[in-house]
Design a protein around this ligand. Structure first.
Ligand code: E4P
Length: 217
């Protein structure tokens, strides 16, 4: 399973990259706004800065919601870096945009996916990645992980190439369960990724090893 970090914060991206486990990055307009990145030139420059840190897919989301606007934005985004993946919302024109881009060999990430039906459309349109939002479903008392399991099953049934990119990850159990279910990728903020490191028996065991070593040194 690939690990993407879901942030536009360069410090967090560098920290995850330094761990040696980072395969890519996803961003969205809210994450860009959180970093205070606004205006086309600054936004494109920020995507370039991210792509320079991580040699892997970097999802950059279109703002337009009409087909022509999305395709025009995609042209600008793919000029930034060869690793840019055009992130497109799951709306009618978004599906058309994914189909048009994938027909040209441009990588896409279909975002804001909350149902298996939407995931089927994304795959049929040729999306490189589909992004079901696990945490946001959990937030409305719906089992987000069950959606991951459904999409993995459906894609396996038909041999769809679209990769299941589990998004809106909130805690380490989301990551572990996505791995158990066979998601191709998770995208997570830094916190849940680092939380995978933790186990009290590791801390206790290490303290004991060091104490024993010191006792005889
Ligand atoms: C997907 O790529 C989104 O950027 C993201 O995972 C949304 O997560 P959130 O629900 O924590 O905002």
């Amino acid at each position: 399973m690939q690990f993407f970090i879901d942030t536009a914060n360069l410090g967090d991206i560098r920290e995850a990259h330094a761990l040696g486990i980072l395969d890519g990055v996803t961003t969205n307009p809210s994450l860009m706004a959180k970093e205070g990145i606004a205006g086309k030139d600054r936004v494109l420059a920020h995507y370039k800065a991210i792509a320079d840190i991580v040699q892997g897919p970097v999802s950059a989301e279109v703002i337009a919601t009409d087909l022509a606007g999305m395709l025009a934005e995609a042209e600008e985004l793919i000029e930034v870096d060869p690793n840019i993946v055009v992130k497109v919302p799951m709306i009618k024109d978004g599906v058309k945009a994914i189909k048009a881009l994938s027909d040209r060999g441009i990588k896409t990430n279909c975002t804001l996916v909350f149902s298996a039906g939407q995931a089927i459309l994304a795959a049929k349109a040729g999306a490189t990645y589909v992004s079901p939002f696990v945490g946001r479903l959990d937030d409305v008392s719906t089992d987000g992980l069950a959606l991951i399991e459904d999409i993995v099953t459906i894609y396996t049934n038909y041999g769809y190439d679209t990769q299941v990119l589990a998004a809106s990850i909130r805690h380490p159990m989301h990551i572990i369960e996505c791995a158990r279910m066979g998601a191709d990728v998770i995208t997570s903020p830094l916190g849940p990724i680092l939380a995978l490191l933790n186990h009290p028996l590791t801390d206790k065991g290490l303290a004991q090893f060091l104490a024993d070593h010191k006792r005889v040194s």
